[in-house]
Design a protein around this ligand. Structure first.
Ligand code: GLN
Length: 284
């Protein structure tokens, strides 16, 4: 009997880039055999069962047609937590970890437990990374999408954080009813312009379009969030938003127009201007 379905031979035959083939085959090994990734090498003569083989062929062809790895695995690491993801939510990006860092630095300066608002939480990435790392933080997380809120709640439950977050459905501040006086407002809103060619490339083709673009210039959701932030922040409270690499100037301009103070640009690990933060005046 030939060993054509051995791990070694399947990896050798795969038309995927080798790192992707390994990630997906490791996932099959864990799912069907409860084996760790290291088995790709240590048990490379293992023959996949017909069911596992079918699963592998399916994942391989879906990846070949462009489906994001995170959706194929159903999970994505973010900051120091792991999140369940599916096509109902944006895949958390490493650059968004910057918002978590800004929030953690601000929380460390507060004398009382911080009240945080996360607008458009998606999978719950920002909210749950903050909640996981700061046990005293009180967080309200919103999303317009019921599907996203369902996933965010599942993630909160899986991480043991469901009692620490208040989830609310609605568009930006409309989700809040009468809550105000937040120490920190965070948001990674849809900021890609509707004509941006990236929307029809790579992973983005499979992600929820409402989480990527505002259907207009890319600045309209940022404008809504920034222009009303003063009403929902405590005096001295901090607003921090993620934006496109070329939107920094416009976003800082919106913050100044909203009379927020100390507007600051934050660079991501690739050196792009990626987030902006500013404060509500202490005297108001
Ligand atoms: N950072 C994402 C991307 O460029 C966009 C996410 C968003 O619009 N908030 O792929």
């Amino acid at each position: 009997m030939s060993s054509s379905n051995s791990l070694r031979s399947l990896l050798g035959k795969s038309t995927l880039p080798s790192n992707e083939a390994k990630i997906l085959l490791a996932f099959i090994l864990e799912k069907h055999y409860q084996l760790p990734r290291s088995a790709l090498l240590s048990k490379d003569d293992l023959e996949l069962s017909p069911t596992a083989l079918e699963d592998w062929m399916d994942l391989q062809s879906r990846r070949m047609s462009g489906e994001p790895i995170a959706y194929l695995l159903g999970k994505k690491g973010f900051y120091n937590i792991e999140l369940k993801v599916d096509p109902g939510v944006l895949i958390p990006r490493p650059e968004t970890e910057l918002l978590v860092e800004i929030a953690l630095a601000q929380l460390a300066k507060l004398s009382a437990p911080g009240r945080i608002l996360d607008l458009g939480t998606g999978s719950g990435a920002i909210t749950l990374a903050v909640a996981h790392n700061v046990p005293s933080a009180q967080i309200t997380a919103t999303d317009q999408s019921d599907e996203a809120l369902m996933i965010a709640k599942q993630n909160a439950t899986a991480l043991g954080l469901i009692d620490r977050v208040e989830f609310r459905q609605g568009s930006w501040y409309e989700a809040l009813a009468d809550q105000t006086s937040f120490d920190i407002i965070l948001s990674n809103p849809p900021y890609i312009a509707n004509k941006d060619p990236h929307l029809s490339q790579g992973d983005l083709r499979f992600e929820p379009v409402s989480a990527l673009t505002d259907g207009s210039t890319g600045l309209s959701c940022l404008e809504t969030i920034i222009s009303q932030a003063g009403h929902y922040l405590k005096p001295g409270g901090l607003l921090a938003v993620e934006h496109g690499f070329d939107q920094s100037e416009a976003v800082i301009g919106l913050m100044k127009k909203a009379k927020l103070e100390g507007a600051q640009v934050h660079k991501d690990l690739s050196g792009h201007n990626r987030c902006a933060s500013a404060r509500k005046s202490i005297s108001k």
